[in-house]
Design a binder for this molecule. Structure first.
Ligand code: S3P
Length: 234
């Protein structure tokens, strides 16, 4: 989609009052960059012979951000937070960063600016998140489909695909608001289509970890750490 030209469009985002759309400045991501501040050291971990150590956990990817990819409901945000805590790294969620930069939530961005503008903002936000101190970054399900984003993650970070089956994803997202691709749709059908489109590309991630229905978040963190270690040993 092309950016709106001229005076900003008027949005009715609350349903109660008419408010001006926030401008599309999140597409330049300048305000978000201002919020990021200087790159600090990676979390609180110390350095032992070139390996970061936090709470007895050896950081398996020192110096590189760990980027979680996968479909809606794969657990990227909830598991990512715990992975970051375990490693003593900062955690960031690209959807949250886009919302902060745009000054509106994702359904509003889709409704007022369109999916194209969201995807453009997503690409820029992730490029910015890849700079600075190593973090754990949870991405939106579509982020990895952008070629530039994939290349940037491949160059600067370690990608982890949380691979979940259709029924697991569906059970986690069904009936939950806030995901415009599922709103008013048959969620199972949409997920099925996205699996067909996206899984062949998700397979290019550095590491693949199964996100099974019964696995709690800490178990998922264990699986991720083990899978990264195995990948590094190759
Ligand atoms: C999307 C996934 C969402 C969000 C947006 C689009 C997608 O993030 O980025 O609604 O294209 O799969 P989650 O995967 O965190 O739900």
């Amino acid at each position: 989609m092309t950016l709106p030209m001229g005076p900003p469009p008027v949005c009715n985002m609350t349903g109660l009052r008419v408010v001006p759309c926030p401008d599309a400045s999140f597409l330049t991501d300048a305000n978000a960059m201002a919020r990021q501040g200087p790159a600090g050291p990676a979390g609180r971990g110390g350095i032992v012979e070139g390996v970061s150590v936090m709470n007895e956990v050896v950081d398996p990817a020192p110096g590189r951000s760990i980027v979680l990819i996968g479909l809606m409901g794969a657990g990227k945000t909830s598991v990512g937070k715990r992975l970051a805590a375990r490693l003593g790294r900062p955690f960031v969620d690209s959807d949250h960063e886009i919302e902060e930069a745009a000054g509106q939530d994702i359904p509003s961005i889709f409704a007022t600016l369109g999916e194209g503008a969201f995807r453009d903002g997503e690409r820029r936000v992730i490029a910015r998140l890849l700079t600075g101190a190593p973090k754990v970054i949870a991405t939106g399900g579509g982020a990895w489909m952008n070629e530039q984003t994939r290349a940037a993650i491949e160059k600067d970070a370690l990608s982890v695909w949380l691979d979940a089956k259709l029924n697991t994803l569906h059970a986690r997202v069904a009936g939950k608001p806030g995901r415009p691709l599922l709103d008013g749709q048959d969620a199972k059908q949409v997920l099925e289509r996205l699996i067909a489109q996206r899984y062949p590309l998700y397979e290019q991630a550095d590491v693949r970890v199964l996100s099974t229905a019964g696995a709690n978040h800490e178990t998922m963190v264990d699986r991720i750490l083990r899978a990264i270690e195995q990948e590094q040993e190759k």
